[in-house]
Design a protein around this ligand. Structure first.
Ligand code: NAP
Length: 531
C-alpha cells in the first residue's frame, strides 16, 4: 500500500490549492516545494518592480467565499510582496503547513505498474510512494540564462530575475546592464534606473506595453464589488480569458477609424492589457486589425520618448501585438528620457561575450558593475523536464516530449498513468487568468481521482489517440490566430533547440472547462481506467 494518496510537486498557487482541495476530499497529500517558502513564481521572482498584470480582484482564489470577503488587496495590480503575503495567509487560514514540506525538490517520479503507484524521490533523500502524482511545478519556473561566452569571468555580481536574492541587490551608483525586455525586463528597468549610476538596456526585440494605471483599491468600491463577488467569479469561469472584460464585441475593421482610435484611447486611459487587446474581436486574428492597434501603440511611444531615434528603436515591429505576452508598465518608455539610461540595440550588433569589466557587443564594449538577466524561462515544459519522470515501461517524460510537450486536455499524458499536470501543455494556462485555470484543473483532478477510487480502479491513463486528437485541436486553434507569427516562449522559440510547438490552448477558458466537464461526464472519455 502506498504511503500517500497523492504527492504534489510545488507549492505555488497550484500546489497550495491542490493540497487544500485534495485533503478536503479525504485524501492523504504531501506537497514538496523547492523554495524555502510557498508561492512558486511569486516566491522566486522577487525582483524590484515585480507586479501582477492581472487585477488583484481577479488574480485570487475563488474557492472560498469567506476568504474572498476577508482578504483586502491594497492595489489594483498587486505587487509581488502582497501576492506572497496572500498565499501565506491562505496556507495559514486553511492549516496547510503540515502537508507542505519546504526546501525540498522533487528529483524523480517513477511509475510502478505492478503496484500501480508512483515512487517519488526528493533531494533530501526521501522516497515516498503515492497512488497519484500531481505536478504543480508551474509554467514559468525553469529560468534560463543565455550561454554567453565569458559570463563566469565577469567581475561583478549578476542576477536572473527569476532567482532574485531575498536580501535584494544594491545598484546604487553602479553601472548596470539589463538583458531582456519582456514583461519582467520592462518592470525591473525603471526600478534599477531610479538608483543606478547608469542603466544600459540591451534590447534584442522591442516590445509592446500598455499602461497599468495602477492605483490603491478604494474601500467603498471594494465593499460594493464584494457584494457581487460570487456572480463575478461565475462570469470569470465562463469567460474566454478567465477575466470578464467589456469589449465592444465587434471587429475593429467594421468600425469607423476615428471611432476605433477613440475607443483605443479610452482603453489606454483606463489601463490594463486584457481590456485593451479585447476591445475588438479581430485584433488577434486579422493582421490588418492588429496593425491598427500596433500603430496606435507605436504612436504612444513616439509621443512619450523625447529622442526620436530612441523612440523608433523602441517601436515594436517584429510581431503582431498580443502574439507575445503584452507587457504592462506605467513608466518604462518614459524612463528612456532619463540621462542615466541608454538603449543598446543588440539586434543589429549582437552580444559577443562578457569580459571581466562588462559586456562586448559587435559594436563595442560596455563597462558594467552588475548584470541583470530578465531572459525568461523554459516555459510550459522546462520545470517538469528537469524532474526525472518515468512512466509505463520506464519511458522518460523528456523522451515522450522530445518533439514538444503534449498532454490530453493539457492535464494528463498518455503513458503516464495517475499523473496529472496542473495547467499543463495544451491547456489555457498562461493565456488565461492563471488562478482561474489552476482552480479548474485542481477541481477536475480531484473529481477524477474520486472517480477512480470510488470505482475501485487502480489507474487512469490518457489514450494516445485522445492525446493526439487534442493536441491536433490545440494546434489548429492556434494557427487560426496571429499568435504563431511571433517567436515567443508560447511556441518554445526562446530556448535554443526547443521544438517549435504552440503549447497553450487558445480555445478559451469557458469552452475548455465545458469540454473537460463533458469528458468527465462521459466516464472520462479518452482515458483508460484499469482495475
Ligand atoms: P520573456 O518574455 O521570455 O522575455 C525575455 C526577454 O529576454 C526578451 O526580451 C528576449 O528577447 C530576451 N532574451 C532572451 N534571451 C536572450 C539572449 N540570449 N540575448 C538577448 N536577449 C535575450 O521573459 P519574461 O519577461 O521573464 O516574461 C515571461 C513571462 O512571465 C511573461 O510573458 C508573463 O507571462 C510572465 N510575467 C508576468 C508578469 C506580470 O504579471 N506582470 C511579470 C513578469 C513576467 P527576444 O524577445 O528577442 O527573444
Amino acid at each position: 500500500m502506498a504511503d500517500l494518496d497523492v504527492v504534489v510537486a510545488g507549492a505555488g498557487f497550484a500546489g497550495i490549492y491542490a493540497v487544500h482541495a485534495l485533503r478536503s476530499a479525504g485524501l492523504s497529500v504531501r506537497a514538496f516545494e523547492a523554495g524555502s517558502g510557498v508561492g512558486g513564481t511569486w516566491f522566486w521572482n522577487c525582483y524590484p518592480g515585480a507586479r501582477c498584470d492581472v487585477e488583484s480582484k481577479d488574480y485570487s482564489y475563488s474557492f472560498s467565499p469567506e476568504l474572498e470577503q476577508e482578504w483586502s488587496w491594497s492595489e489594483r495590480y498587486p505587487a509581488q510582496p502582497e501576492v506572497l503575503r496572500y498565499l501565506n495567509h491562505v496556507a495559514d487560514r486553511f492549516g496547510l503547513w503540515p502537508d507542505i514540506q519546504l526546501g525540498t525538490r522533487v528529483t524523480a517520479a517513477v511509475w510502478d505498474g505492478e503496484r500501480a503507484e508512483w515512487l517519488v524521490q526528493t533531494d533530501d533523500g526521501q522516497q515516498r510512494t503515492a497512488r497519484f502524482f500531481v505536478s504543480a511545478v508551474g509554467c514559468l519556473s525553469a529560468h534560463q540564462v543565455p550561454a554567453l561566452p565569458g559570463l563566469q569571468t565577469f567581475a561583478g555580481p549578476w542576477y536572473h530575475t527569476g532567482q532574485w536574492p531575498k536580501e535584494g541587490a544594491d545598484f546604487a551608483g553602479r553601472r548596470v546592464g539589463l538583458i531582456g525586455t519582456g514583461s519582467t525586463g520592462i518592470q525591473v528597468a525603471p526600478e534599477i534606473a531610479a538608483v543606478a549610476g547608469h542603466l544600459y538596456v540591451f534590447q534584442r526585440t522591442a516590445n509592446f506595453a500598455v499602461p497599468n494605471r495602477n492605483k490603491p483599491v478604494d474601500p467603498d468600491w471594494e465593499h460594493a464589488f464584494k457584494a457581487g463577488y460570487r456572480e463575478y467569479r461565475q462570469h470569470a469561469r465562463e469567460s474566454f480569458l478567465g477575466v470578464p472584460i467589456a469589449g465592444t464585441g465587434r471587429p475593429a475593421l467594421a468600425e469607423p477609424p476615428a471611432q476605433v482610435q477613440a475607443n483605443l484611447a479610452q482603453k489606454w486611459r483606463d489601463g490594463g492589457g486584457m481590456p485593451f487587446l479585447g476591445a475588438y474581436t479581430d485584433v488577434l486574428v486579422d493582421r490588418a486589425a492588429n496593425d491598427i492597434v500596433a500603430e496606435f501603440m507605436r504612436d504612444r511611444i513616439r509621443e512619450t520618448v523625447a529622442d526620436p531615434d530612441v523612440a523608433e528603436l523602441l517601436c515594436p515591429r517584429a510581431f503582431p501585438v498580443g502574439a507575445k505576452r503584452l507587457c504592462q508598465s506605467d513608466d518604462y518608455f518614459a524612463m528612456f528620457n532619463r540621462p542615466n539610461v541608454t538603449l543598446v540595440d543588440i539586434r543589429s550588433a549582437p552580444i559577443d561575450s562578457v569580459w571581466p569589466g562588462g559586456l562586448r557587443t559587435r559594436a563595442g564594449d560596455y563597462e558594467l558593475d552588475a548584470l541583470v538577466f530578465a531572459t525568461g524561462f523554459d516555459a510550459m515544459s522546462g520545470a517538469l523536464n528537469r524532474i526525472d519522470i518515468r512512466g509505463v515501461g520506464g519511458e522518460p517524460l523528456t523522451e515522450k516530449w522530445a518533439a514538444g510537450p503534449r498532454a490530453y486536455l493539457g492535464v494528463a499524458a498518455a503513458g503516464f498513468p495517475n499523473m496529472f499536470i496542473v495547467t499543463g501543455p495544451g491547456s489555457p494556462s498562461v493565456l488565461s487568468n492563471m488562478v482561474v485555470s489552476i482552480e479548474q484543473h485542481v477541481e477536475w483532478i480531484r473529481e477524477c481521482i474520486g472517480y477512480v477510487l470510488a470505482g475501485g480502479y487502480c489507474a487512469v491513463e490518457a489514450k494516445p489517440s485522445a492525446e493526439d486528437a487534442w493536441m491536433g485541436h490545440v494546434t489548429e486553434v492556434a494557427y487560426s490566430t496571429l499568435f504563431p507569427l511571433a517567436d515567443s516562449w508560447y511556441i518554445g522559440a526562446n530556448i535554443p533547440g526547443k521544438p517549435r510547438v504552440f503549447t497553450p490552448y487558445l480555445g478559451g477558458v469557458g469552452p475548455y472547462r465545458a469540454r473537460c466537464d463533458a469528458v468527465a461526464s462521459a466516464d472520462y472519455e479518452g482515458f483508460v481506467l484499469s482495475s
